[in-house]
Structures are given as C-alpha cells and as structure tokens.
Design a protein around this ligand. Structure first.
Ligand SMILES: NC(=O)c1ccc[n+]([C@@H]2O[C@H](COP(=O)([O-])OP(=O)(O)OC[C@H]3O[C@@H](n4cnc5c(N)ncnc54)[C@H](OP(=O)(O)O)[C@@H]3O)[C@@H](O)[C@H]2O)c1
Length: 360
C-alpha cells in the first residue's frame, strides 16, 4: 500500500488527483496540502468529493512528511515546483511534478519561461512522464515531469508517423482547441465567462510554451530535428483538448500504411483508443478502415486518448486527430499512470474504472 501527498491540492489538477487516488485500490493514505485552506474540509473546495473526502487540508511542512509519505505530487505553478522538489527528493520521497519545471533541458526552460532554472542534484534525473514513450525510464526514476496537456495530445497523435520517418519532420501543423480548465482555477479577464462563452479565442499563436516540449520529445524519438507550428484556441467548454495535426508524407503510402503504424505502435497501450471501424469488402471479408473521429465528450473524466486519421491523396497530406481530457490524460490521470509504473503496480490500477458519460 502507498502513502501519497499532493501540494497544490486546492487546484484543478490537485482536485482531479484526489478524485482518482481516492478510488485507487493500492493507495492507503492521501495528504492534501494547501497554503490558504489549511483546516477546511477538502470537500468544501472540491464539492464533488462531499462524503468521499471530508478530511481537512493540511499545511505542508517537510519535517512532517519524512516518515509518512512515499510519493508526493506537486501540482503547483511553474517556477514554484523547483523551490520545493529538491528537498523532498533528498528525504528519499518520490516526486511526480505536474508543472513545466523539469520537462525541458534547463537552457530551453529559461528561453521559453523567462526564469532562471534551478537544476536538481545530479543524483536525480527527471524523466518525461509519457508512458507510451518512456515507460522503461519512468520505472527506474524517482522524479517524473508530467507532460503538458497540449503536448500530450499532440505528441500521441504524431508519434507513430515521426518515429517511422513517414512524414516531413519540419512541416507539422498543429491546431488544438482547449477548454478553460486548462488554465487552472485562478480567475482572469481572459477566462471570464462573458469573454469566453460564444467565443473562440486563438492565443499564444506560434509561441505557446508547449512547442519546445513537443519538438524535444518528437526529435528524441525520431533522432532528427522536428519542428512544429502550433495554434492553440480557447473555446467555451470546461474540459477537453481536441488536437488536429496536419502532416505531409515523404513518399506515397502503400495501402493504409499510416494506419498500420498506429495499430503497431499502440496495440499494447491500455489508454490509447484508435477510432477504427470495419467494412465488408466485395468478397465478404472484413477490412479495417479509419472510421469516425475522436470527440472530447467521449474521453472526459477518463485517462483515454482517442486517435483517428484521414489521408487526403488530393492534397498529399494526412490529418491526425486526438482527443484527451486535459485534467486526466493531460495531467492527473497520466501522473497516476506514472506512479503505478514507478512503484511497480499494475499500470492501469485506479484508472481502468474511469469511464466517461454519454451524453456528456
Ligand atoms: N489545468 C490543466 O489542465 C493542467 C494540465 C497539465 C498540467 N498542469 C499544470 O499543473 C499545475 C497545477 O495546475 P492547476 O490547473 O491545478 O492550477 P491551479 O488550479 O491554479 O492550482 C494550483 C495550486 O497551487 C497552489 N499554489 C499556488 N502558488 C503556490 C506557491 N507559490 N507555493 C505552493 N503552492 C502554490 C495553490 O494552492 P494553495 O494556495 O491552496 O496552496 C493552487 O490551488 C500547473 O503547473 C499547471 O501548469 C495543468
């Protein structure tokens, strides 16, 4: 059994971690830490947890946790985690960080986030927490940097093609729509209901901070220099990211070889669902084809990433589409998946019972 803690437990990601960890069969105790809500029941902030998590928020103090916690989630803003994480690791406690602080090489972090990076001691190497690529490394590390939500949807959509050198590595055009919970629980003018409802707002066009993350990981996987263009768009929904990736094949496909790359790479992945349907051919046999497309409503509340693709011979391009819940596969669910791997538990534990609702 595992004892866990969450710093930043009042936030949206913290709340989602609480919801998932509460039903995790191997989690024995959960400490929910907050600076501003110490002593108040967790269910006063996360009202969905009424009668399920009524214990109070606790004040975080390093001395308090040394013997009572095996793994800490840091669900705090970027720049904050690097002030807390080194001390926790020195106490022998595993860390899963939800912020951007350990996702990038330090020089890239400084360039894109504009703050000085505080590296960890060389004893600790953070691993990028995307199990579909770095499962072996996650198993061996004590520190995981959970990917950004946009980065998760974009990398998973593009990975099989880039890994197989099937598309132009520097002509990858990504457009993603996101719900407002992606920006966290702090109110702002940009996220104010009258500014968002009945509106679609592009922002950080070609300059979003998840660009270097996506490029670094795809370059690592393909061993060539990958460059992407990225346009994020805020839309009036609360949860979910729908990502559309337009790629340009390097040579003509034989049959539906792109689809086969996705089937091969993701066949054993418990949280990737390829949206495919079968059709009857003239000889009566069943032939697989891509059918339907991912919808955000189908993944909300779950750890699934739904993926589909469509080739267009007329313009020699392929559109790949993925859908995730930004707070689950894009954050808390992915973090629990990493915890399961790090602590040698079944990777799907606590996550395989998260089913969506229809209609949403
Ligand atoms: N929202 C998403 O979809 C998403 C997806 C992937 C990754 N992330 C990342 O996950 C982290 C948390 O995101 P969120 O959406 O949950 O944000 P949030 O709703 O704003 O919550 C962050 C929490 O961190 C705590 N906090 C703030 N400043 C702090 C400080 N200086 N020291 C210690 N604690 C501090 C606050 O809790 P108290 O004041 O109660 O202590 C706050 O509730 C961020 O780094 C974010 O970029 C978010």
């Amino acid at each position: 059994m595992v004892r866990v803690g969450i710093i930043g437990a009042t936030g949206y990601v913290g709340g989602e971690l609480l919801r998932i960890l509460k039903i995790h069969p191997s989690v024995e105790t959960i400490h929910a830490f907050s600076r501003k809500e110490e002593g108040r029941p967790v269910s006063m902030i996360h009202k969905n947890l009424k009668n399920l998590f009524d214990e109070p928020f606790e004040k975080y103090s390093p001395n308090k946790i040394a013997d009572s916690i095996d793994l800490l989630f840091t669900a705090v803003p970027h720049g904050t985690a690097m002030e807390i994480v080194p001390e926790i690791l020195e106490m022998g406690i595993n860390v899963i960080d939800m912020s951007a602080d350990y996702r990038l090489p330090p020089e890239k972090f400084e360039e894109w986030y504009g703050i000085k990076h505080k590296p960890l001691s060389s004893k600790f190497t953070p691993v990028y927490g995307l199990p579909e690529i770095y499962r072996k490394e996650i198993k061996k590390t004590k520190t995981v940097a959970v990917p950004g939500c946009y980065a998760t949807g974009a990398i998973l959509a593009t990975l099989p093609l880039v890994r197989n050198h099937a598309v132009h590595p520097q002509k990858i055009v990504i457009t993603a729509i996101s719900g407002t919970s992606g920006a966290g629980s702090r109110p702002s003018e940009f996220l104010h209901h009258p500014e968002v409802y009945n509106n679609a707002k592009p922002y950080s066009v070609m300059s979003h901070r998840h660009i270097p993350e996506i490029e670094t990981v795809l370059s690592d996987v393909s061993k060539e220099d990958v460059k992407i263009g990225f346009v994020p768009i805020l839309v009036p929904m609360v949860r979910g990211i729908l990502t559309v990736v337009n790629v340009f094949p390097l040579k003509e496909q034989e049959g539906n070889s792109f689809l086969e790359m996705y089937q091969d790479y993701y066949s054993q992945e418990p949280f990737i669902r390829l949206i495919i349907e079968e059709e009857k051919t003239v000889d009566g046999s069943m032939k697989r084809k891509v059918g339907g497309f991912p919808y955000t409503a189908n993944v909300i509340g779950t750890n699934f990433c739904d993926i589909s693709l469509k080739n267009d011979e007329r313009t020699s391009q392929t559109a790949v589409i993925s859908a995730i819940d930004n707070l689950v596969k894009g954050a808390a669910g992915q973090a629990v998946q990493c915890m399961n791997i790090m602590l040698n538990m079944k990777e799907t534990e606590g996550l395989n019972k998260l089913v969506g609702a229809h209609p949403w």
